[in-house]
Design a protein. Structure first.
Lengths: 404, 187
């Protein structure tokens, strides 16, 4: 016998254990083999099951499981604090203080390193499967999930859905996947990117999607209907796989973008007054909730202000709007307020201003988005007469008092 | 164990609820198994917990329940032997199978099978009424209908009825959740 056989053999024998009883379970074709009968005798002749179960009672799985969880929580804290200059001082504290609350002493001590709690953008996301199971992707590594006969590969590079086979009913691997090919209704998964996170995914039609911080995309695991509809909140860059017979539609709260195969960016945050569609190549049409439909050409950006029902179409440098996907934060003549909105999402911080005029300061720049926020903000301090006060995860922006 | 695929996915993805299920199903069984090798209750708990921790930190992915079960028992088996070695305890020697390492391993695989049988059986029992469970366990212990009737203070006829119900429940239960049907087809 091999280790791999244990589970199935046990299942067989438990089946026999139940069936063999003199309850008169006739008509059963299946009879245990010699070897199995021998194994079963052990369970029949003595009260071995009773004995075993009472032995097991001395082991408390709940306590052990709790220990595992605590240990994982402590490790998380140690990892974060290792980045902080003051880590060494607090390790002793962590060991005594325990688990969940260890964050607070670290956080309150801002005297050593102001920026220690603000981390650059990271690859992380939460995947919500159709059955409601939530997967914290950062904690995973690499894994393969199977859902309704569909393979989902989760890795450092993104979430990738096994591409739908061409032509309906034809499943690849010749009969390997018995369930696939008979799905007729859309089954949805969602990918949620927290503030401070980013992630990418490949949908079942081969379309690639880069998700920015604080965004959510809901999409079917297989495109079985005659339109490919996905639902976006926040910002994402799409490279849509061409399929003329199945239009691809990005649905947002205030309007839908219909495409046939192209590269474009959609920015639709609820805390911004407009939804921005920026076209890199191909052709898309935008239809706002107000009903008007506009077709964009490459290099154009359409801003739609749902509150006013107004659309504005203009030529832009697309790199300023899709650079985030290539790890750049590129901006031209952008107000400090807009810049900080983006940074707040990437670094998961909140921002306040000493006065309204500061918000209107205008900057242009080209920054690497994985830098720590400190080096970012230093650049602004040099250019303008402003300074940043950092308290934990909050940034207060004020005018510089002393002329220098 | 819910639906197998979803459970295995959850274990692979380190989902908390799946891991709680993993602990609930395997922890005591593995400790029991380990302590049969080490003859040391506390050591066996450490061995099992450390094995789980290592699994949590790893990127090991399982395809199915058989693979998972094999991994857990095998890991606990070799950790238990290491414990004996490291602590200069006497290594187990089997009277019948002194010949080779593999036959020693074979014996421990059989012990693991025993544990797994009891786990699966108990899992199924857990879902029936306390009285039915009681009757099944007494029957397995060798008690006759009359004994059970007397001990539980119910009529022999209702013992029989309860037994029938319990068995058909178990059959249904084991059929669906442990892939018995599939196994029977191929046996």
């Amino acid at each position: 016998m091999r280790w791999e056989e244990i589970q199935e053999r046990a299942a067989r024998m438990v089946g026999f254990l139940v069936k063999k009883e003199r309850i008169g379970l006739d008509g059963s074709i299946e009879k245990p083999g010699k070897e199995e009968l021998y194994g079963l005798e052990k369970f029949k002749d003595s009260n071995i099951i009773y004995e075993n179960l009472s032995q097991r009672e001395q082991y408390d799985y709940r306590r052990a499981f709790l220990k595992l969880n605590r240990r994982n929580a402590v490790r998380k804290v140690l990892r974060y604090s290792a980045a902080a200059a003051s880590a060494a001082i607090f390790i002793g504290g962590i060991l005594f203080a325990g688990y969940e609350y260890v964050w607070s002493p670290l956080v309150n001590d801002t005297s050593v390193a102001d920026y220690s709690n603000i981390k650059p953008i990271e690859k992380r996301a939460r995947l919500i499967l159709a059955d409601g199971m939530e997967v914290d992707i950062k904690a995973v590594g690499e894994a393969v999930v199977e859902q309704n006969g569909k393979k989902i590969v989760i890795g450092a590079q993104g979430v990738n859905y096994e591409v739908d086979s061409q032509g309906s009913g034809q499943s690849k691997g010749s009969g390997q996947s018995k369930e696939s090919g008979i799905v007729t209704k859309n089954i949805y998964n969602s990918l949620e990117i927290p503030r401070g996170g980013e992630y990418s995914l490949t949908l079942a039609d081969g379309t690639r999607v880069w998700m920015n911080a604080d965004s959510k995309l809901k999409y079917p695991i297989s495109f079985v209907e005659d339109r490919r509809v996905v639902y976006l909140e926040g910002e994402a860059y799409f490279e849509v796989a061409k399929n003329a017979s199945k239009p691809f539609i990005v649905s947002t709260l205030s309007g839908d973008i219909t495409v046939l195969g192209t590269h474009f960016n959609v920015k639709s945050y609820s805390d911004e007054s407009a939804i921005y569609t920026t076209l890199v190549e191909g052709s898309v049409s935008f239809k706002g909730s107000a009903g008007k439909e506009t077709i964009l050409s490459p290099g154009e950006q359409l801003a739609f202000y749902p509150a006013k029902g107004v659309q504005e179409l203009k030529q832009v440098n697309v790199n300023n709007y899709v650079g985030w996907k290539n790890n750049l934060f590129q901006f031209e003549e952008l107000s400090l307020e807009d810049i900080m909105k983006t940074l707040a999402r990437w670094y998961d911080v909140t921002v306040s201003y000493e006065n309204e005029e500061l918000k209107q300061l205008v900057f242009s720049g080209n920054l690497d988005k994985y830098n720590n926020i400190e080096s970012f903000l230093k650049l602004f301090e040099v250019g303008a007469k402003i300074e940043f006060k950092v308290d934990n995860r909050h940034i207060h922006i004020k005018s510089k008092r002393k002329e220098s | 164990m819910r639906e197998n695929i979803s459970f295995i996915n959850g274990v692979n993805l380190k989902s908390k609820s799946s891991w709680e299920e993993l602990y609930s199903y395997f922890y005591a069984a593995l400790c029991n198994y380990s302590s049969k090798i080490t003859k040391d209750k506390h050591a066996s708990e450490d061995i099992v917990q450390n094995m789980f921790i290592k699994l949590w930190d790893s990127r090991i992915v399982f395809n199915d329940l058989s693979g998972l079960t094999a991994y857990l028992y095998k890991a606990v088996y070799s950790r238990s032997l290491n414990f004996l070695r490291d602590n200069k305890k006497s290594l187990p020697v089997d009277q019948e199978a002194v010949k080779s390492e593999s036959s020693l391993e074979e014996r421990y695989i059989e012990m693991a099978l025993e544990e797994e049988i009891i786990s699966q059986f108990y899992k199924a029992l857990e879902e029936m009424s306390p009285q039915q469970r009681e009757i099944i366990l007494m029957t397995l212990r060798g008690d006759k209908v009359d004994d059970i009737s007397r001990k539980l203070n119910i009529s022999p006829n209702s013992v029989k009825t309860q037994k029938k119900r319990a068995y058909s429940f178990l059959r249904g239960k084991l059929g669906s959740s442990f892939m018995i049907v599939k196994l029977l087809l191929f046996a």
